[in-house]
Design a binder for this molecule. Sequence first.
Ligand code: NAD
Ligand code: IPM
Ligand code: MN
Length: 365
Amino acid sequence: PRSYSVTLLPGDGIGPEVVSIAKDVLSVAGSHEGIEFRFREMPVGGAAIDSIGVPLPEETLAAAKESDAVLLGAIGGYKWDGNEKHLKPETGLLQLRAGLGVFANLRPAAVLPQLVDSSTLKKEVAEGVDIMVVRELTGGIYFGKPRGFGTNDKGEDIGFNTEVYSASEIDRIARVAFEVARKRRGKLCSVDKANVLEASMLWRKRVTMLASKFSDVQLSHMYVDNAAMQLIRDPKQFDTIVTNNIFGDILSDEASMLTGSIGMLPSASVGESGPGLFEPIHGSAPDIAGQDKANPLATVLSAAMLLRYGLGEENAAKRIETAVMETLNRGFRTGDIISTGMTLVGCKRMGVEVLRSVDSQTALT
Ligand code: NAD
Ligand code: IPM
Ligand code: MN
């Protein structure tokens, strides 16, 4: 059998609940395709702060780099919110993304036919939405220098950050986005704030320059404030969106709500080489952690992206995606996507039902 090593980073809050389900689904879907996984679980985020003293221990980054792919749950929680920056769970996640060099974050937001009623938008607006947000992940204001705290000339406390992008950082994310758009419906919308920010002016210039190499892709530009509005007004106008780190963070949470719940949205983060990082776009959801209420499907679908984009195992990825669709067809819903006539289940039961669907596929093939 083909064998892969996967680093599991459960993290905090609902992270361990959803990763344990995604792990089982990976194992079973893999076994049907002759794939065997060697899992190694490592601490990250608040869990790592508590057990080792830092949010990204050296051993965790080393294990991640040595493996074929990394599956992360979520990090963060009230307990560590007051920590100094280098001891925040979020800092560990940013160090992990930077350490793996995963600059391209793919966040698909598709409204599944089964979940049209879970969207807060009107059926005719939500139905058929299928967007891919390509978020730059290792640059911009998250990493720009100078940053920090200080005092201004009036002696007042200040906090400051820097939005900065180099031409090569823009080019490489734009290239990924053009390639993605080319394989989808051939439309790419670059979202920026080029009417105000220099980093966005360069962004727009470089993206426009690259467009000549992708003449089969129809490129458009939109300011981020308008894009936030258009996503709600008429989401079907979008195919692929490419944007910077912080705009991508915000717009992908917004796009998730078109689909019914942030608990449904997976992501894949990839770099030039080395293992990819796969994680749901949601956080540790401290308000529902430990109550068996979390929707595990975002992480299960992230496992499918791990198979597709991380390992090139398309068939196994499809098995997982089909199983998720079947489970929804059979009427199972966690609280975040519940609608009338459906069966309310917890995180664990949802996992059991997805596994049942994965298993029932073997009989068919
Ligand atoms: P969140 O995504 O954790 O939660 C927002 C809301 O969505 C909550 O009401 C939560 O219950 C709900 N939700 C999220 N995931 C869900 C799921 N799978 N099923 C059902 N409901 C779900 O965002 P937040 O509350 O702003 O942040 C909480 C913590 O998570 C913070 O510490 C934040 O820094 C961290 N965070 C981490 C990541 C990550 O690990 N990638 C992402 C976002 C936020
Ligand atoms: C996400 C999260 C992270 C981000 C935080 C927790 C650092 O919101 O993965 O979307 O802003 O990228
Ligand atoms: Mn986010």
